[in-house]
Design a protein around this ligand. Sequence first.
Ligand SMILES: *Cc1c(COP(=O)(O)O)cnc(C)c1O
Length: 365
Amino acid sequence: MPRPIQALIHTRALAHNLARARACARGARVWAVVKADAYGHGIERAFEGLRGADGFALLDLAEAERVRALGWRGPILLLEGAFEPRDLELCSRLKLWHVVHREAQIDWLAAHKTHQAHRVFLKMNSGMNRLGFKPTALRAAWHRLNVLPQVEEISLMTHFSDADGARGISEQAAAFAAVTHDLPGERSLSNSAAALRHCAAAAVCADWVRAGIMCYGSAPDFPENDIMHWDLRPAMTLRSQLIATQDLVPGDTVGYGSTYSAERSMRIGIAACGYADGYPRHCGTGTPVLVEGVRTATVGRVSMDMLAVDLTPVPSAQAGSEVTLWGCGPHDAVLPIDEVAHAAGTIGYELMCALGRRVPVDVVD
Ligand SMILES: *Cc1c(COP(=O)(O)O)cnc(C)c1O
């Protein structure tokens, strides 16, 4: 028997979450963002659930080729654009739309020989200071692109730094509007957090919403809001089994460093899941976990291949009992990945992207 750990990708949850993005988008078209191998879910595995999107956004050219290889003939957007001039050849060949965020990318386009003029998304740096033209430089870049025969259509985009938080998007949205108000072309501003929290203002959803994390069933503004609040469903389950149990008496300790010490007699279970599977080692005692669908908590340090769980709320548990590290458990129990991420001091994005290579993955309905 193989080691009992397994990840599941839930096709119907992906489709449901995409439909939620569409509902938030108020008529805007929806990019399913599938960068980082569909946030760790696997592009090929996630495709069936996300094929109802209007386009796929990603940044690795090899991933764009994989989306085309799946038979997708609709829009694909390269979120970081070309990394070097010859990337534009693949854009021509595969009909990829690409972001233009710096001057050199315009130079490369101007020198690019193609029969197929490109659709580009000109990116404005509206305050995040990662990619894009400063407000003072954006219009000159637009005019440069506008006279190139290699460019068929110019769309406009920006990205928010604080769509999930208290600072919000109003300053950045206003900066973008001020610079672009009289330029033609479609617009894309919103990621998941902006779509969920700010799309009551239709200008924020604009023509294209870029929905990433919400498609995968994680709340971008956890712990302020959780997936139940946003009506999202886990698209990934990480599950395993207990492979042993231990009876502890007061004073017994658990795991490396003996960081947990039993204060009473208790039973613990040892689950076949550790940091080599992508479970975060920074989770301390008390991280939520499901055993047979019953919510309990980890005890002690996470080791490479195992972690320990308190069996007090699940006295019937024994070796072979199902353990849900995140996602969907038995009896309709759900453990949002965001809760585990929060306990580790990180975000759901990081956990799903870091699923261990050794974990077998199945696609289920
Ligand atoms: C990753 C990314 C997104 C998606 O963000 P989520 O928070 O996952 O919805 C949108 N736009 C850009 C430019 C990105 O890089």
